[in-house]
Design a protein. Sequence first.
Length: 380
Amino acid sequence: MNAQYIKDHLPSSPAFVIDKSAIEQTLLCLKRLRQQSGCKVLYSIKALPFSTVLQTVQLAVDGFSVSSLFEARLANEIAAPGQTLHLTTPGLRPDEFDEISALCSHISFNSLSQFQRFSESATHPFSTGLRVNPKCSLLNDERYDPCRMHSKLGVDIDALITSEMFAQIQGLHWHNMFSATDFAPLTQTVKQLRRKLGGKLASLNWLNLGGGYLYGQIKDHQSFIDLVAQLISDFDIEVFIEPGKALVGHAGFLVATIIDCFRSDGKIIAVLDTSINHHPELFEFQRTAELHEHTPGASYPVILAGCTCLAGDLFGEYRLTAPVKVGDKVLFKQVGAYSLIKAHRFNGYNLPDIYCYQADLLTRLKHYDYQNYRQQWLAD
C-alpha cells in the first residue's frame, strides 16, 4: 500500500482506509490452501463486518462464521446460494433461537446445558455441533486464551469423552489460538483431540478448526496442508477454518491529523483528531499502535495522544525523522480487525470516515454525521 499517496490524497481526517488489494491477496493464499488441503473457508465477520469487505470476501469463501443474530442476519444478506453459515456463541437467547436456526446451516453449542436446552426445541434443520475446549493453553496472555482456567468457551474435552450427547452431534468446533504465525499450535491441538477422542471422530461429519492463524504471514503451509488432508482421509470429514483477522487485519489503516502540539514534563505531545476509542483494543490490552512513520533510533521522539479527555487515550511513544507540527498526518497500520467494529464516539467525537483504497484510487464509502450521533442517544 502506498501510505504517502493516501496521506496526500485523503480529503478528510480521521479516516479508516480499507486496502481491498491486500484482502484479495490473502484470499488468493486461502484459495491455494483450499485446493491443496481440501479445507473449506469461512470468513469470521466479527473482525470487520463492513459491507464492502463482506462482498469482496464472499466471492472467494465457502461461507461465513457468526456469533449472534445480527451477524447471522447480515451474513445471510451477503451469502450466495450454497454457502454455509456457522454460529457458535455463549450467548444464545431463547427469543432469538428460532430465527438463528432458520438462518444458520451449522450451530456449535457452547456447553452441554446450552445444547440440551436448544437442540430439542429447534423447528428448523441445521447441522448440530459442539464447541469443545481441548484444554490446550498455548497463549501467554490469558485474556485471549479460550482454554484458560474456568473457561466459558466450549465443553471440557474430558466431559465430552464421557457424554452421551456425543452420539447426537454432527460436528466439533474449537478455537484456542490468536494471531499465530506458524501451525505448531494447530498440530498440538489436533494431536490432543486424536488422543482424547480417538475413533469417536469418525462418527462426525465435520470439524471446524476455528481461527487465530495469520495465513498470509505464514511462509510454510505444508504442515497445515498435510494435517487437514490427513483428517479428511482418516475420518471422511469436512474441515472448516474461519479466518477473521487473517483476512482484514493487515488491510486496515487509520489516518489522523495532528491538531495540537506541546511539551509536557520534557516530552513532546501531539494531539490527534482521532482517539483510541476508534481502536479500543489499544486501551483494553494496553498495546502500542503500529505507526507507519516510526523509525527506531530517529532523533525526534513524540507521544501521539487521542483527542478525548481520557488520560490514557494514548497511541504510544514513537521516534520520527523530523519534528511534528500541527497539520501533519500520521498513519497507523494493522488496524483492520477488531477496531472499527468496536469503535465508539466517547466525548461526542465523530467516527472516522471509511475509504476503500485500490490501485491509487481512494473512494469514500461511509461518512457519519451529527444525526447519526443524535439518533443513537434519542429515546425511542
